[in-house]
Write a protein that binds this ligand. Sequence first.
Ligand SMILES: N[C@@H](CCC(=O)N[C@@H](CS)C(=O)NCC(=O)O)C(=O)O
Length: 307
Amino acid sequence: MPDFILHHYPQSPVAQKIRFALGLAEASWHSVEISRLPPRPLLSPMTAHYRRVPVLQIGADIHCDSQNIIRAIAEAGHSDSLFPDGCTGHAMALASWTEQVLFDLAVRIVITSAIGTAPPEFIADRGSLYFEPDWTEAGLQQALPSTILQLQAHLAWCDDMLSARGYAIGPVPSYADAAIAYIVWFLRGRWDDGAALLAPFEHLCRLESEFNERGEGKAINMTGETALSIAREHTPKSPVGITAGFAGGLSQGQNVLVRPSKVTADPDVVGRLRYLDDTRVSLDHESPETGAVAVHFPVAGYRVTAL
Ligand SMILES: N[C@@H](CCC(=O)N[C@@H](CS)C(=O)NCC(=O)O)C(=O)O
C-alpha cells in the first residue's frame, strides 16, 4: 500500500470529507498541517501553484482536488470500502452534486454569518474563491434567508435518501456518505444556527455521528519539509499517455493550462501534459524544491486548454 501524505488544515471542510473517507477506508496516512491562508511555501512548489486544500501526495505524485484524491485512494487498494458493490459512478455523481450545490450554499451561509467577526482579509480571500466576481457583503446578507431555504431543500433530499436505504446508495456506507457528512460537520461546527437547521433531519444527524465515531483512519504527523524531501527523492509512478476517447485536440508533452472552470481568483496551473483519461488529467512539473513531480487534476469541473 503506498504512503498517503495529506496536506490539509483541521478547519477545512473539504479536507474533512477526505478524512472521513480515510476513516471509512480504515487507511493509515501521514498528516501535514498547513496554514489556513497562503503563502504555503512548502506545498505550492509541489502543486505547480494550485492553491486549494486538501492535496494528497504519494511520493512524487501530487493529487489535487478531492475528486481526484478519492480516486487515488481507491486505486491504491481501498475501492471496496469507498465504492462498495461497484458504486463508483453513483457515488462520484452524488459527491459532485454535494460539492457544487450543498457546499456552495453552506459556504455562503458560513461566510455571511462570519462577516464582522472573522478577519476581513479572510472573508475577502474566501469570497474571491467561492463567490461571483462582483459579490458584496451586503449582497450575501440580503440573500441569506433564501440561501438557507435552498440548502434546507437539498438537506431534505439527503435525509430522504438515508431514510430510504440506510445510506446514500445502499445498506452500507460509501464515499457518497462522506460527501454528505462533511456538509453536516461544516454547518454544525461553523455556523451558530447550524444545529437548529439540522435537528429535524434525523438521518443526517445519525450519519454525522457515525462518521465522527468511526474517526479518520490512522494518522501520523509529518512536517512539510519531510514531505517535500519525499517528493524530491521519488519519481512519479503514475501512467503516461492519452487514453480519453475525445482528447480535445491535446497531445502528450504539450504545454497546457489547468484551472477551475468557474471564474475565481484561483491561480492558473501550467505544465506539460503527461496523461489524460476520461476523468483525470496529469501534468509533468519541475521545481528546484521538488525535482520532477506529476500533478493530477480531475477533468470534471476544470478547464484544460493548450498553451
Ligand atoms: N474542488 C475542490 C475544492 C477545495 C476547496 O475549495 N477547499 C477549500 C478549503 S475547504 C480551499 O482550498 N479554500 C482556500 C484555502 O484553503 O486556501 C476539492 O474538491 O478539493
